[in-house]
Design a protein around this ligand. Sequence first.
Ligand code: HEM
Ligand SMILES: *[C@@H]1O[C@H](CO)[C@@H](O)[C@H](O)[C@H]1NC(C)=O
Ligand SMILES: *[C@@H]1O[C@H](CO)[C@@H](O)[C@H](O)[C@H]1NC(C)=O
Ligand SMILES: *[C@@H]1O[C@H](CO)[C@@H](O)[C@H](O)[C@H]1NC(C)=O
Ligand SMILES: *[C@@H]1O[C@H](CO)[C@@H](O)[C@H](O)[C@H]1NC(C)=O
Ligand SMILES: *[C@@H]1O[C@H](CO)[C@@H](O)[C@H](O)[C@H]1NC(C)=O
Length: 325
Amino acid sequence: MRKTSIQCLVVCAALSLFCASADLKLGFYDESCPKAEKIIFDYVKKHIPHEPSLAAPLLRMHFHDCFVGGCDASILMNSTSKNQAEKSAFPNLSLRGFDFIDRVKTLIEAECPGVVSCADILALVARDSVIVTGGPFWNVPTGRRDGLISNSIEVLKNLPAPTFNFSILQTSFASKGLSLKDLVLLSGAHTIGVSHCSSFSSRLYNFTGKGDEDPSLDSFYAANLKKYKCQVPNDTTTIVEMDPGSFRTFDLGYYKHLLKRRGLFQSDAALITNAATKAYIIQLVNNPLEVFFKEFALSMEKMGRIEVKTGSLGEIRKNCAVVNS
Ligand code: HEM
Ligand SMILES: *[C@@H]1O[C@H](CO)[C@@H](O)[C@H](O)[C@H]1NC(C)=O
Ligand SMILES: *[C@@H]1O[C@H](CO)[C@@H](O)[C@H](O)[C@H]1NC(C)=O
Ligand SMILES: *[C@@H]1O[C@H](CO)[C@@H](O)[C@H](O)[C@H]1NC(C)=O
Ligand SMILES: *[C@@H]1O[C@H](CO)[C@@H](O)[C@H](O)[C@H]1NC(C)=O
Ligand SMILES: *[C@@H]1O[C@H](CO)[C@@H](O)[C@H](O)[C@H]1NC(C)=O
């Protein structure tokens, strides 16, 4: 037993010299493009404060990228006459910030052409946008390579939907190597940003197909949403803060709303239907904000490693919207 594992170690170490795959590491571009991370941070710091509402969609974009075929910038690719890209799938509805990523990429290409992947740029921009708006820091090890495939069908197969219940959420996250703790923590990203009424209005107007309301939603809150926000069942334009009162601030507000049965999506509400995740949420709410920040950081780093392509896999795209020709 012992011998096999040592043999295995030796073989693996030898292989890794030739192997296409390698691990991500902090400061991957320290030698190949030493200014890359600073250029990204400076650009974000200069521009996001003027458009603070962009921090949320950029964070969400990184999540969508990672859950569909790994963090490989496939979310950034445009559709072509032959291919419907991830962008064109239904949940893209409200993704924003593609042009922001493109502008950062242009600056980076001017500094070191063909070196820094779009996947790493997206991961760093998401992190830096959250920092400059007062949110937590997390480590972003780099070395991701960009994928060659982007397919809208994969989005629906891989991305959790707001109608998911606890057990399918758990399965969905487990399939990406993420635990229930990660599920609770990463859902905490809903402390910033907004949702369209259409993402949850069935809970207000037609939960089981009988014109009814979701009984797990606080009825006072539901009444308010119907009166002031989502006034008709088919509203696809109005937006609602997911953490009302502090939707620009990365805080514990989202979890406090969950405990009052005011989570906006069934997938948010689901987190208090399980004893273990509910207990964990209560713990987060009762601890200083720094505890959430520290734990969130660990889960984000983990999410950023989902099915990454490294070494000689994939490519370094020149333009984030298209594969290199
Ligand atoms: C647990 C499964 C999740 C589901 C079902 C889910 C679903 C959604 C939906 C439906 C929206 C609103 C889209 C709209 O109508 O405009 C949204 C927004 C958002 N999601 Fe999630 N999400 C999940 C997890 C995550 C994770 C892991 C992150 C990031 C780490 C994240 C970050 C965000 C952010 C920041 C927004 C606001 C975007 C904006 O303001 O434009 N979500 N999510
Ligand atoms: C990708 O699509 C966007 C939006 O439709 C467009 O502005 C951009 O020019 C396209 N990029 C490329 C390289 O085709
Ligand atoms: C999002 O998908 C819809 C179709 O579901 C499409 O009409 C729209 O152009 C897409 N948006 C982007 C930014 O690609
Ligand atoms: C959760 O949703 C799945 C898929 O829709 C369904 O099969 C399952 O019965 C649901 N679980 C519970 C506990 O409602
Ligand atoms: C509610 O859903 C059912 C079944 O999907 C549908 O037949 C009905 O028209 C819907 N009612 C409203 C008010 O949208
Ligand atoms: C929603 O439906 C109502 C009637 O069913 C219609 O009058 C209204 O124009 C629709 N609104 C939108 C935004 O589609």
